[in-house]
Design a protein around this ligand. Structure first.
Ligand code: MN
Length: 314
């Protein structure tokens, strides 16, 4: 079994680096830090490799100070790099160009390139944290309150607070066990969701003011241009507002970035937004996907994406 291969490799390694996808979200950080704390307890020399720093709203995560953006390459003598929650080699928040050791890829994205020497991909896991939970359990590493806080954060963020269709009985069972360990689950929700800077709500207002719907109200469209906010980080979840409209099946959010645009797609019911994203070199999940376009304008990309969605709508 693939789990056994992962554990065997961890057992054989002493110095282990852990990393995740660029702009790490709650699942990437929660999974990585849970694994970090667990493997430390297990007696390994383990550290985080990250080009990113922790966003303010994730600062409560235990060991979050170890994500400082200084260690961007594997340290010398690293035996193993474990990448969590990242579907593609290009999206890893680490420079692995001079690293020739083993890579373990632990993920739950449908569009995973299997770039690791060992690939543990479980697309039925609502969050990568569900896989990390099983891994720690199988290794007999006791899940303490700190690990539980990390894992719970991953579950909450990747399931939209347990409301997305990826949620299973198992997601709730794991969450239940984590709560039993004494985590402050209500505070974790507040830390994640009730912690926005005033300005990000004002920007949200600006974006929502111009929301549009297309194709008989089945597709909602939101955009953020640089003149409204240059270098806004805290707005990616705005796309979810597009789904709140009655009758909307697909929500599109396009954000202007330095050298192009970033597209976020979300869907209700059966529409597969990953398919749309993959046409343009993006990826993700059936109901949540994303694409980055270099050297293209919002107008061009809007046209491309809406046409592509229109063709998939039945
Ligand atoms: Mn994830």
């Amino acid at each position: 079994m693939i789990m056994d291969e992962v554990i065997k490799k961890i057992n054989e390694s002493l110095n282990i680096g852990i990393t995740y996808h660029i702009s790490p979200d709650g699942d990437a950080l929660g999974s990585a830090l849970a694994l970090l704390i667990g493997l430390k307890k297990y007696g390994k020399n383990v550290y985080i490799i990250s080009k990113d720093i922790v966003s303010d709203d994730m600062g409560y995560l235990p060991c979050s100070s170890e994500v400082n953006g200084f260690q961007v390459t594997p340290k010398e003598d690293t035996d193993l790099v474990i990448v969590v929650d990242c579907g593609n080699l290009e999206r890893i928040s680490a420079d692995l160009s001079n690293y020739s050791g083993t890579i373990i890829n632990i993920d739950h994205h449908l569009s995973n390139d299997e770039y690791g020497n060992i690939n543990y991909i479980d697309v039925n896991a609502a969050a990568t944290a569900e896989i990390i939970y099983s891994l720690l359990k199988t290794m007999n590493i006791i899940i303490n309150k700190d690990i539980a806080t990390c894992l719970y954060t991953s579950l909450v963020t990747d399931t939209g607070s347990f409301r997305f269709s990826n949620v299973t009985k198992r997601s709730h069972e794991i969450a239940g066990e984590l709560i039993e360990l004494g985590i402050d689950n209500s505070s974790i929700h507040s830390e994640i969701f009730d912690n926005k800077p005033l300005n990000s709500l004002k920007i949200l207002g600006e974006i929502l003011k111009n929301i549009k719907v297309f194709f008989n109200g089945k597709v909602s469209y939101l955009e953020l241009t640089k003149d409204i906010c240059d270098d806004c980080e805290d707005v990616s979840d705005v796309v979810n507002y597009g789904l709140k409209i009655k009758g909307v099946e697909v929500a599109v959010f396009i954000k202007e970035i330095k050298d192009g645009v970033k597209v976020s797609l979300r869907s209700k019911h059966d529409f597969d937004v990953r398919k749309v994203a993959e046409v343009f070199g993006g990826g993700g999940h059936t109901k949540a996907s994303g694409i980055t376009f270099r050297n293209k304008t919002i107008q061009d990309v809007k046209e491309l994406i809406l046409t592509s969605i229109e063709n998939e709508l039945v």
